[in-house]
Design a protein around this ligand. Structure first.
Ligand SMILES: Cc1cc2nc3c(=O)[nH]c(=O)nc-3n(C[C@H](O)[C@H](O)[C@H](O)COP(=O)(O)OP(=O)(O)OC[C@H]3O[C@@H](n4cnc5c(N)ncnc54)[C@H](O)[C@@H]3O)c2cc1C
Length: 361
């Protein structure tokens, strides 16, 4: 019997399993390896941080969904891939053979290997760390978020909103090397700045961290920021697995895939979501939206590959809807050049996210 190995229980493989529940396959053995029973959905991270959702509402039980999909769930992490032997090795020392392997392992956090951050900061990736990290940091006496992109901005505002409700007076600080939300353009960045200015969040923009000790973060403009807990939200970093396996990657170490979501050198290695870079679209942002859009192509192609059929291409379109939570049930909607802030974007986000989660119940 042929074996498909799904590595990582992220957006793409969740879709895969949903399809298997509706279209059972008896003739192929399918395994899923992921480090936790639960996959936490990042679209609802800010809502959890603000206290709007319970942990149960933002996570999907991979063990249960695997059972329904007739997939064998293995709670473990892949640490090594041997493409010439068609096998992977897990953290617990298991060797798993495959006929086709598909990676949906997401990304790590940029800077997570820096000694200062390793000593003083907390991370939310892999994503099953999320709730524990947030619970520890949001009630800290001096919480600091490093990173001013969508994730860092959202989490700063969410934690601040939670602290306001708890009557905690010291503000959240956010530190970023550029403007807040710089990659989304001036309009979005300005709107976010204006919004954040009206909250207690202390913004340190256009600064670099020189060093830190157990009490202060020292910035390159001679400012220092007092902290007791830090979360690093500095963008996506690749897992070492692909580089160490001598697979073709981009310069950051993300698995390089063709439009079929397939490695060029090894036709039986597929991947989608944050962990891959499309050779034809190297600058595609790493977000859940693209992971979700790639999922149907990956599902179809893995099965077609096994049957020796022609594969489809994933063709990305430029525009995608992105909604950041601003706290207090307000949101910032970004779509192409459109930027809308207010209650409606948050309501729409809440609707989309809850609908997405309900589809796995
Ligand atoms: C705070 C925050 C908020 C965000 N909000 C949004 C948002 O609102 N909208 C949006 O589009 N994007 C958002 N993102 C980005 C989004 O989280 C990622 O782009 C998205 O999760 C990528 O999906 P994925 O399926 O590639 O990986 P993931 O969702 O990260 O899933 C990867 C899975 O693989 C598992 N895994 C990891 N390593 C291994 C291994 N070695 N072996 C086996 N399993 C492994 C992980 O445990 C995890 O279950 C946010 C990110 C952050 C940090």
């Amino acid at each position: 019997m042929k074996r498909i190995l799904l590595v990582g229980g992220g957006h793409v493989h969740l879709y895969f399993m949903k399809q298997l529940i509706n279209n059972p396959i008896k003739s192929i053995e399918i395994f899923l390896v992921s480090p936790s029973t639960y996959h936490y959905y990042s679209g609802m991270f800010s809502g959890f941080a603000e206290g709007l959702y319970y942990a149960e509402e933002i996570r999907i039980n991979l063990e249960k969904i695997s059972e329904r999909a007739n997939v064998r769930f293995i709670r473990d992490s892949i640490i090594k891939l041997a493409p010439n032997e068609n096998s992977v090795t897990t953290k617990n020392g298991e060797l798993i053979k495959y006929d086709v392997v598909s990676f949906d392992i997401g990304s790590e956090t940029l800077g997570n290997d820096h000694p200062d951050f390793q000593t003083h900061a907390r991370f939310i990736k892999p994503n099953h760390r999320f709730t524990r990290t947030i619970e520890a940091v949001r009630s800290a006496s001096k919480p600091v978020i490093v990173g001013g992109g969508a994730a860092g901005s959202e989490i700063s505002l969410a934690i601040q909103a939670w602290r306001n409700k708890q009557g905690l007076e010291t503000p959240v600080s956010i530190i970023t090397t550029s403007n807040l939300l710089e990659s989304e353009g001036k309009n979005a960045s300005n709107k976010l700045h204006t919004y954040m200015k009206a909250t207690p969040v202390k913004r340190y923009t256009h600064v670099k961290i020189n060093s830190m000790d157990t009490r202060f973060i020292y910035l390159n403009n001679n400012d220092k920021v007092e902290y007791d807990k830090i979360i690093l939200l500095t963008g996506a970093k690749a897992s070492n697995i692909f580089k160490e396996s001598d697979l073709r990657t981009d310069e950051r170490g993300f698995l390089a895939v063709q439009n079929s979501l397939q490695s060029r050198e090894y036709a039986n290695i597929f991947g989608a979501g944050d962990c891959v870079t499309l050779l034809d679209h190297p600058f595609l942002p790493k977000n859940g939206v693209y992971a979700v859009r790639q999922a149907p192509v990956l599902y179809k192609n893995v099965l077609r590959f096994i049957k020796g059929q022609k594969l489809d291409d994933f063709i990305p379109n430029d525009k995608f809807l992105s909604i950041l939570s601003l706290g207090n049930k307000r949101g910032l909607l970004l779509y192409g050049k459109k930027v809308i802030a207010g209650r409606f974007p948050w309501r729409l986000k809440n609707y989309i996210d809850k609908k997405y989660m309900a589809s796995f119940k």
